[in-house]
Design a protein around this ligand. Structure first.
Ligand code: MG
Length: 318
């Protein structure tokens, strides 16, 4: 099956919608503004202006609206340079980028404000090309605006799970003695479990976790969980450069983080600073003064050193 994605102007998008109006179908997927189905081609128009053509007639239909480039099969080469990436962790099978993989990644762990989020995404081999076409690549090469735009497209195309661990819950379990490593491991295990349940009876050829702890430590963290995902699990650092499933997971985790940061920012009337710098201390002190300790606690990772620094700043202000 062939997948082609074109980025079309709103003018051309409107012509697309009119042209396929008689074949319109209902599709309640996120980011989708129009969908139509011909006997051999599915046409999907996304809010982002991307239009996707899927099926054996994809080339024919797509070429009515834009230039269809021959798509290279060397997908891995698009995210990786010619130089081998130095990673730690498992040695991956050759041509790993071409396998059906369930990948997971997290974000927010180093930010004083906001949640920890973990996402897992399943990209079967027949969707790898499409995910690249949607613009998914190493999230370090993408800015927040682009990730907010791409995330709904990923969610429309691939089975996924996103977990947002809000600050109140984070602080509660952290106070019980859970390390960040344990919290992350539990969330990764859960997100992977959710996606495996969604795609059943299909199974990924491999699961790749962006490594934050070595295998033994990871499994030690989750040894008391009811269900532990172990089958075909690989660990590697820089995993988002090794398979597009992890790159996609990283984008969804970031998306969820940004959405929650947005919500929290509105609740205190300032744009919350990311990271854990001195700027964060200043902002925390101000929020403490204006909204009180409980409010600050409810939007932050309370055990970070920033809390004590903010307390000192606050005492100076008083
Ligand atoms: Mg990571």
């Amino acid at each position: 099956m062939s997948n082609i994605v074109l980025q079309l102007s709103s003018d051309v998008q409107n012509r697309v919608k009119t042209y396929y109006a008689s074949s319109i179908i209902e599709r309640n997927a996120p980011g989708v503004v129009f969908a139509a189905k011909l006997p051999d081609t599915a046409i999907t128009v996304y809010k982002s202006g991307k239009v996707m053509f899927q099926g054996s007639g994809a080339t024919r239909e797509a070429s009515r609206w834009g230039e269809v480039n021959a798509v290279s099969s060397q997908t891995a080469a698009k995210t990786t340079s010619n130089q081998p990436i130095k990673t730690k962790g498992d040695t991956l099978p050759e041509n790993f980028a071409t396998y059906s993989v369930l990948g997971s990644d997290e974000t927010g762990t180093g930010d004083y404000f906001g949640p920890v989020t973990v996402a897992a995404v399943y990209v079967p081999k027949d969707k790898i090309e499409l995910i690249y076409e949607l613009g998914v690549k190493d999230s370090k090469m993408l800015n927040d605006q682009i990730m907010l735009k791409i995330a709904p497209d990923i969610m429309a195309v691939c089975p996924y799970s996103i977990l947002t661990l809000r600050n109140d819950k984070y602080n509660a379990i952290q106070a019980k003695g859970y390390s960040q490593g344990k919290i992350k491991a539990m969330l990764h295990n859960q997100a992977l479990k959710h996606v495996l349940a969604k795609i059943e009876p299909e199974k990924p050829e491999y699961i790749l976790i962006d490594q934050f702890a070595e295998r033994n430590i990871y499994y030690n963290h989750i040894k008391n969980e009811k269900e532990i995902v172990r089958e075909n699990v690989l660990f590697s650092t820089k995993a988002e450069q090794l398979h597009v499933a992890v790159a996609a997971a990283s984008i969804l985790a970031r998306y969820a983080f940004l959405k929650e940061m947005d919500r929290l920012s509105k609740s205190v009337g300032v744009n919350l600073q990311k990271g854990a710098s001195g700027k964060v201390d200043e902002m925390a002190a101000r929020i403490w003064l204006e909204h009180g300790e409980e409010k600050l606690k409810s939007i932050s990772k309370w055990h970070f050193a920033n809390t004590e620094k903010a307390r000192k700043l606050l005492n100076k202000k008083k």
